[in-house]
Design a binder for this molecule. Structure first.
Ligand SMILES: *[C@@H]1O[C@H](CO)[C@@H](O)[C@H](O)[C@H]1NC(C)=O
Ligand SMILES: *[C@@H]1O[C@H](CO)[C@@H](O)[C@H](O)[C@H]1NC(C)=O
Length: 364
C-alpha cells in the first residue's frame, strides 16, 4: 500500500482510487491466479471434415427418464444387466425385464466411469475418493484411495483386464473434479494412465503427461489399450503385448471434438463419445494467457465461453483407428453432451452428463 500512496501523490484523488482498483484487480488476476498457463497445442483441422453431420442420435429411446441424474457412463455385466452411476451418488441398474433398480448408494457427487468386474459387481471411479468396488450384493469397498502416499483424485475411467488388473485414467493430477476448467486453461498435460494390481495392491504409471486422460478401453485380445486425451482431440494406443509392448502411438487424432469415454464393441471396434469442450470463445482464450488468468480468477466467466452441452456426437472407429461412422444430434434436440456409448446386443447405450436418462439406439 506504500506503493499506492506514493503513486497517489502524482494523480488526482479520484483517478488514484480508480488506479488502485485496476491495480488490485490486475494483482488478483496475475499474482494470485491459480494457474500457470501454457498455450494448448491445438489439433490440426478435423480429420472428419468429409463426414456429413446427421441426426441419427435423435432416434434414441429414453430409458429410465427422470430417475437418472446426469449419468456419465454405462456398462453391461455378463448377465446383460446395465449399470450407471448418477450425480446424486447412486449406482442404478436396468434388468433384462426392463425394470430399474436403485441398486446401491455411494454418497458421492463425483462418480464417473465404471466397469463390470469378473468377480461380480462393478468398479466405479469416484473423482474425489478413488476407485470403489461395489460387489455383487452392492456392498461398497474402497479399492484404492492413495497413490504413493497422495490422495487419488480425479480418477475418471476404468477397465479390468482378464488377469484382474485395473487400468484407469486420472484426468488431472493438479486440479480436481470441480476445477476441471483450470486444467484446460492451464493447458499442461497433468493426466495419467495408471495400472492397479489388486493381488499386490501396487499401482504403477503406464502413461504420464496426458492432456486430460479420460476414456480407457482394452482391445479385444488385450494386446493394446486406448486412452483418450480430451483437451487435444486425440486418443493414444499403448501396446501391452507382442513386439511393440511398451510402445505408444497415436490411435486417432485431429478429432472434431474432445474424446470422452471409449468402449470396445463386440466385433473389436470402438465407440468414442465426443464432447464439444471448445467453442469459438475458447479458441480466443487459448491464444491469450491474460484471458486464461482472468477466467481462472473469476470462474463464473467460464459459462460464457463453455461450448460443452449443446450437441452430441459418437464416433465408431475400427481396431486399426480408421473411422467407420459418426452419429450426431447436432443441436441436442433429443440427447446432448453424450459422454459414453456402449454397444450391446445390436444396440448402442448412451450416457450423458446433461440428461436424466440413458439413450438406447438400434444399430442397423
Ligand atoms: C429410485 O429413485 C428414484 C429417484 O432417484 C425414485 O423416483 C424411485 O421411486 C426409486 N425407485 C425405487 C424402486 O425405490
Ligand atoms: C511413486 O513414486 C516413485 C518415486 O518417485 C515413482 O518412481 C513412481 O513412478 C511413483 N508411482 C506412481 C504410481 O505415481
Amino acid at each position: 500500500m506504500a506503493l499506492l500512496g506514493f503513486l497517489g501523490r502524482f494523480v488526482p484523488p479520484f483517478s488514484g482510487f480508480v488506479f488502485a482498483c485496476v491495480l488490485a484487480v490486475a494483482l488478483q488476476i496475475f499474482v494470485f491466479s491459480p494457474i500457470s498457463p501454457d498455450f494448448l497445442p491445438l489439433p490440426g483441422p478435423s480429420s472428419l471434415a468429409s463426414l456429413p453431420t446427421n441426426t441419427h442420435l435423435q432416434g434414441v429411446e429414453k430409458l429410465g427418464e427422470g430417475i437418472l441424474k446426469d449419468p456419465e457412463d454405462v456398462c453391461v455385466d455378463e448377465n446383460g444387466v446395465l449399470y450407471t452411476a448418477t450425480r446424486d451418488g447412486w449406482i442404478k441398474r436396468l434388468h433384462r425385464d426392463g425394470s430399474w433398480e436403485n441398486w446401491t448408494m455411494l454418497n458421492s457427487e463425483a462418480l464417473l466411469g465404471l466397469t463390470a468386474t469378473r468377480r461380480g459387481g462393478v468398479v466405479v471411479c469416484d473423482a474425489e475418493k478413488g476407485l470403489i468396488w461395489a460387489d455383487e450384493d452392492g456392498h461398497a469397498k474402497v479399492l484404492l484411495s492413495h497413490v504413493n502416499g497422495s490422495e487419488l483424485s480425479f480418477a475418471d475411467d476404468v477397465i479390468e483386464a482378464s488377469d484382474g488388473s485395473l487400468y484407469f485414467s486420472v484426468g488431472s493430477t493438479k486440479f480436481g473434479f470441480h476445477n476441471w476448467y483450470l486444467d484446460v486453461l492451464e493447458a499442461k498435460p497433468h493426466g495419467q494412465l495408471l495400472k492397479f494390481d489388486p493381488s499386490s495392491s501396487q499401482t504403477s504409471i503406464v502413461l504420464d503427461n496426458l492432456y486430460f486422460a479420460n476414456g480407457v478401453a482394452l482391445s479385444k485380445d488385450e494386446e493394446f489399450l486406448i486412452v483418450c486425451e480430451t483437451w487435444i482431440n486425440r486418443c493414444l494406443k499403448h501396446w501391452l503385448k507382442g513386439d511393440e509392448a511398451g510402445k505408444t502411438e497415436i490411435f486417432v487424432d485431429n478429432l472434431p471434438a474432445g474424446p470422452d469415454n471409449i468402449n470396445l464393441a463386440p466385433d473389436g471396434s470402438f465407440w468414442i463419445a465426443l464432447v464439444q469442450v471448445r467453442s469459438e470463445a475458447w479458441e480466443f482464450v487459448h491464444r491469450s494467457k491474460a484471458a486464461k488468468h482472468l477466467i481462472a480468477t473469476y470462474p463464473s466467466l467460464i459459462k460464457r465461453v463453455n461450448g460443452v452441452s449443446g450437441k452430441a456426437s459418437v464416433l465408431h472407429v475400427g481396431a486399426d483407428g480408421k473411422i467407420i461412422k459418426k452419429l450426431d444430434d447436432p443441436d441436442g434436440k433429443v440427447i446432448r453432451f453424450v459422454t459414453s456409448a456402449v454397444e450391446f446386443e445390436g444396440h448402442l447405450y448412451l450416457a450423458s452428463l446433461n440428461s436424466n436418462f440413458i439413450g438406447k439406439l438400434p444399430l442397423t
